[in-house]
Design a binder for this molecule. Structure first.
Ligand code: ADP
Length: 181
């Protein structure tokens, strides 16, 4: 679907929202696959002041920009407040959601129905999680990481480095010793 002047900026985008605290390989898989289906994909990072994230909003956006840099039609933006307002503001009509194991479905389905009742009536397209990431979530990755487990299969290298950088030197030493023993 080309706009009158054919520029990428003017093509109707789809929006992939989330906290991305931090972005995982599961998110990245959805981004790459969704970017094949839409002329433009805006990854929208929510600013939720009620949550205490591991990474600031700026850092989450920065990490996403780094890991998405190779995908030409992907942009990263931030939003606060209602998702439907952001979606309408960027001229989108479609929200992309990743669907993991069955437990995601109930919540995501009710959000999709609710969003359709709100301003702009955006529709939600579900992309099934790839089997290798079906159990990967930002929160499980953070939990395993905090206990010193190996998460290198689940997050991009730049995210792993950023997570390691948040660790106090003492904890790093302890994990090193545990690996050597
Ligand atoms: P989470 O903490 O669950 O990873 P996010 O809010 O960052 O939460 O998730 C944003 C979107 O990405 C949601 O639609 C979620 O279902 C989807 N998602 C998260 N992890 C995966 C994964 N491993 N595979 C597919 N989709 C995923």
């Amino acid at each position: 679907m080309r706009s009158r002047n054919g520029s990428v900026e003017n093509r109707r985008p789809a929006v992939y929202p989330g906290s991305f605290d931090p972005v995982t390989n599961g998110h990245l898989d959805i981004i790459v696959r969704a970017a094949r289906c839409f002329p433009r994909l805006i990854v929208a990072v929510v600013d939720n002041p009620n949550k205490r994230p591991m990474f600031s909003l700026d850092r989450r956006v920065e990490l996403l920009r780094e890991v998405c840099s190779a995908v030409a039609n992907v942009e990263v933006a931030r939003f606060e407040g209602l998702l439907v307002d952001f979606v309408r503001g960027v001229g989108a009509q479609v929200i992309v959601k990743g669907l993991r194991i069955v437990s995601d479905f109930e919540h995501e389905y009710s959000m999709a129905v609710l969003n359709r009742k709100l301003r702009g009536n955006p529709d939600t397209i579900f992309v099934p999680a790839s089997i290798e990431y079906a159990y990967v979530s930002s929160s499980s990755v953070k939990e395993v990481f905090s206990l010193g487990g190996d998460i290198s299969d689940f997050v991009p290298p730049v995210v792993l480095r950023a997570m390691n950088a948040t660790r106090p030197a003492k904890a790093k030493q302890k994990i090193k010793e545990r690996k050597l023993s």
